[in-house]
Write a protein that binds this ligand. Structure first.
Ligand SMILES: [Zn+2]
Ligand SMILES: [Zn+2]
Length: 420
């Protein structure tokens, strides 16, 4: 929760992006809870409104195994009731940092409390290397984690560095509904809706959302839209200390696989191998058994610092299939680039708060429609007439013709695109 993020800035962002329903985020944080309770209007159906936007009460929770869960509540009274029940197990639920409270309960114990009180729960950013259910050396299925409560878990949040193509390589997730949520905890409203879900429901209500997550009575999620996974900050494997990402490139000389030829840059360690794909797979297997250390840190400090798997390599190491097998219920997933990032890249500006960037963003939205209409629906020619370069990038990601530099170790990925 933050001071620059409030209901007015949230609603304003929703209107520009084209979002109709928003999670409150951090609803258990006492100040945020009070602020929301004072300002949101009840719609009588387990949802709340502020101006024209609907809100679902929602938070993340951390359990005793450092796994983050995402929870939805139908009512403020349920939030308070759950707070009371979790209070004996948490030292921070009543405090300033209670936005994502840590609760000393096992995953099934926590799930039972949430569900018994009428809430919904599932894993948050399920594959990230820290704080996630499927992180390295942790679980491989919902059943292992939630045990007896697993039949009550119907959804998981993919996280910014995963998409449906990656997650559907795990047979164990066949029946699970995937959410592509923004996971926005930051102060700036531009993070809201950087990923989103399209719900096929009768009306905005908690019950309808629940039906959609459980895929009952024809309700469902009809579209997931998210960052290209390589743009996320945990896609690629990385050194746990210097945070350099590990990449493999083709070398002309065949020395056999021995990981001896590499270069070190500010952000990357690049291994050169005659067959980079095979070498990478061997490397991942050895990282998974904790055998690989960072050559850059070793050179500099003499210490052995372990390499950690990113989301893509963790999925490689626990996947059932080489290629995704989408169940018939799985909606399409669109890999997108947020408009603000497209503008930043074209203008060569790093800051998302730059006045030039914000002005250009507002200009194109005022001209053409909401961000999502621009990214997903508008004919490329129409966008190009307004701004040739932006139209070029959008055409590029729609045609999967963008080169991505994978993120990892906490640094977001990037993209390269030549408009001509
Ligand atoms: Zn989290
Ligand atoms: Zn290192």
């Amino acid at each position: 929760m933050s001071k620059s993020l409030n209901l007015d800035t949230m609603v304003n962002t929703c209107e520009r992006k084209g979002l109709q329903v928003l999670g409150t985020g951090d609803i258990m944080q006492p100040d945020w809870l009070k602020y929301m309770e004072e300002n949101l209007e009840k719609n009588g159906k387990g949802m709340y409104t502020y101006k024209d936007i609907y809100f679902v009460l929602q938070s993340e929770l951390e359990d005793e195994e450092n796994i983050h869960h995402i929870v939805f509540f139908p009512d403020f009274s349920v939030v308070r009731e759950v707070q009371k029940k979790l209070d004996p197990y948490s030292s921070n639920i009543r405090g300033e940092w209670g936005g994502r409270p840590r609760v000393n309960l096992s995953p099934p114990q926590l799930a039972d409390i949430i569900i018994e009180n009428g809430g919904l729960i599932g894993p948050a950013h399920a594959f990230t290397p820290f704080k996630a259910i499927f992180r390295q050396n942790r679980y491989k299925s919902l059943e292992e984690c939630y045990q007896d409560a697993s039949h009550k878990i119907h959804f998981l949040e993919l996280g910014l560095s995963a998409n449906t193509d990656l997650a559907d390589r795990l047979k164990a997730l066949n029946e699970v509904t995937f959410l592509s949520n923004s996971d926005a905890h930051s102060q700036k409203s531009y993070s809201l809706g950087r990923e989103f879900n399209q719900f096929y429901i009768e009306e905005p209500s908690f019950e309808e959302i629940q039906l959609a997550l459980e895929r009952k009575d024809g309700r469902k999620i009809s579209l997931n839209v998210g960052l290209h996974p390589k743009l996320g900050k945990y896609y690629n494997m990385f050194c746990n200390k210097c945070r350099r990402r590990i990449l493999f490139k083709k070398s002309k000389n065949d020395l056999g696989i021995n990981f001896s030829k590499y270069s070190v840059t500010d952000n990357f360690i690049i291994f050169y191998e005659s067959n980079p794909d095979i070498a990478r797979n061997t490397y991942i297997q050895q990282v998974a058994t904790k055998k690989m250390v960072c050559p850059a840190c070793k050179e500099k400090t003499g210490k052995n610092i372990k390499i950690k798997l990113g989301v893509s390599e963790r999925i490689d190491s626990i996947s059932s299939y080489k290629e995704p097998k989408h169940p018939t219920h799985r909606p399409p997933y669109i890999n997108a680039i947020p408009l603000i990032d497209i503008i930043r890249s074209i203008k060569g500006i790093k800051s998302k708060n730059s006045k030039t960037v914000v002005k250009a963003y507002n200009g194109i939205v005022d001209n053409l429609g909401t961000e999502y209409e621009i990214l997903l629906d508008l004919p490329v020619e129409t966008i190009k007439r307004c701004n040739k370069e932006i139209g070029g990038v959008i055409e590029g990601f729609r045609n999967d013709a963008i080169e991505y530099i994978p993120g990892g170790g906490g640094t977001y990925g990037n993209f390269k695109f030549d408009a001509e």
